[in-house]
Design a protein around this ligand. Structure first.
Ligand code: CP
Length: 338
């Protein structure tokens, strides 16, 4: 695809070569994400960061990624602080805000809303999550994390064995990740969810058409016994008609250190898009896994900055100029690693 000036709305836009291009650029962003070097390549550029649903990682890492490239960030969070609360349409909001920004990131509770906004926008729009539909940058950072974690064991994504666990119906991160996996070969996917929260059949069919083995089950312990990646997800309470309905499923599939030790292969990597629900009645990933070196959830979140820097650099066409506008940092750096 041509990245320059493009909206990033769905992972369906990408071919395998595009994914690899994003990952190569993300790798090159490490000195900046680690704050060993600073670049001013986007000096003067403005990101409009519009989040109409709660977010910690996506909103802040999109913002940090833009700042790390030298740009400025202006935020709108929640409908109540936007004129949408006064009845303004997405069309008018997009026409106005795209006059103030060079690129816009948006999260919205309705499926398709970010694409609708993008149609009216005069600048590129990046989907930060639209309802239960898609979360493209999360899927890219998830796949980037899988590549990195397996790469340290001399393995690639082709032939991957992965279990996706939890709310696969409303979990937009797993929808996007499954679609990205269709670009790779001989992936073994085990889908673990309550029947009512199963992965949409269209996505299962897409994976089978790509030649992948797909197993659908409610058996957690068996499903995690021979996988490279155990990817857990939260029950997406905000998508249910009531809290009581979500409560019926919360806590159904819990992974803790004892289960990990008993059932997983020694180097199984544990992932989660976060936030994990750490309330006692949920606790899908127990805190007793925090010292497990195969718990990749915080490395995964760190990788989000690299991938989002890569998306900005590609869409705003500055990949080849990042180093030209760079210098070493002035301050003490406590040798962070990613
Ligand atoms: N993974 C993710 O989308 O996290 P936030 O909801 O905190 O952005």
């Amino acid at each position: 695809m041509i990245f320059t000036g493009s909206h990033i709305l769905s992972v369906e836009q990408f071919e395998r070569a595009d994914i690899e291009r994003i990952f190569t650029v993300a790798d090159a962003m490490a000195p900046y994400a680690l704050r060993r070097r600073v670049t001013r390549v986007l000096e003067g550029a403005i990101l409009g960061n519009m989040f109409f649903e709660p977010s910690t990682r996506t909103r802040i890492s999109f913002g940090c990624a833009f700042n790390l490239l030298g740009g400025e960030v202006r935020e709108t969070t929640g409908f109540e602080s936007s004129a949408i609360a006064k009845g303004e349409s997405l069309y008018d909001t997009a026409r106005v805000l795209s006059g103030f920004s060079d690129v816009i990131c948006m999260r919205h509770p309705q499926e398709g809303s970010v694409a609708e906004f993008a149609e009216a926008s005069r600048v590129p729009v990046l989907n930060g999550g639209d309802g239960a539909n898609e979360h493209p940058s999360q899927a890219l950072l998830d796949l980037y994390t899988i590549r990195k974690e397996l790469g340290s064991k001399n393995r690639g994504i082709d032939g991957l064995r992965i279990a996706l666990i939890g709310d696969l119906k409303y979990g937009r991160t797993v929808h996007s990740l499954c679609k990205l996996l269709c670009h790779f070969s001989q992936v073994h996917v085990t889908l673990v969810s309550p029947t009512e929260l199963a992965m949409p059949e269209s996505i299962v069919e897409e994976m089978r058409a790509a030649g992948h083995t797909v197993i659908v089950t409610e058996d957690l312990t068996q499903s995690i016994s021979s996988v490279d990646i155990a990817y857990s997800t939260r029950i997406q309470e905000e998508r249910f008609a009531s809290k009581e309905e979500a409560d019926m499923y919360r806590g159904r599939f819990r992974l803790n250190q004892s289960i990990y030790t008993q059932y997983c292969e020694p180097n199984t990597v544990i992932m989660h898009p976060l936030p994990r629900d750490s309330r006692a009645d949920a606790n899908e990933l127990d805190n007793d896994l925090n010292q497990n070196p195969n718990l990749a959830i915080f490395r995964q979140a760190d990788n989000g900055v690299l991938v989002r820097m890569a998306l900005f650099a590609l869409v705003l066409d500055v990949v080849d100029q990042v180093d030209k506008y760079a210098r070493d940092v002035n301050w003490y750096n406590s040798l962070r690693t990613l």
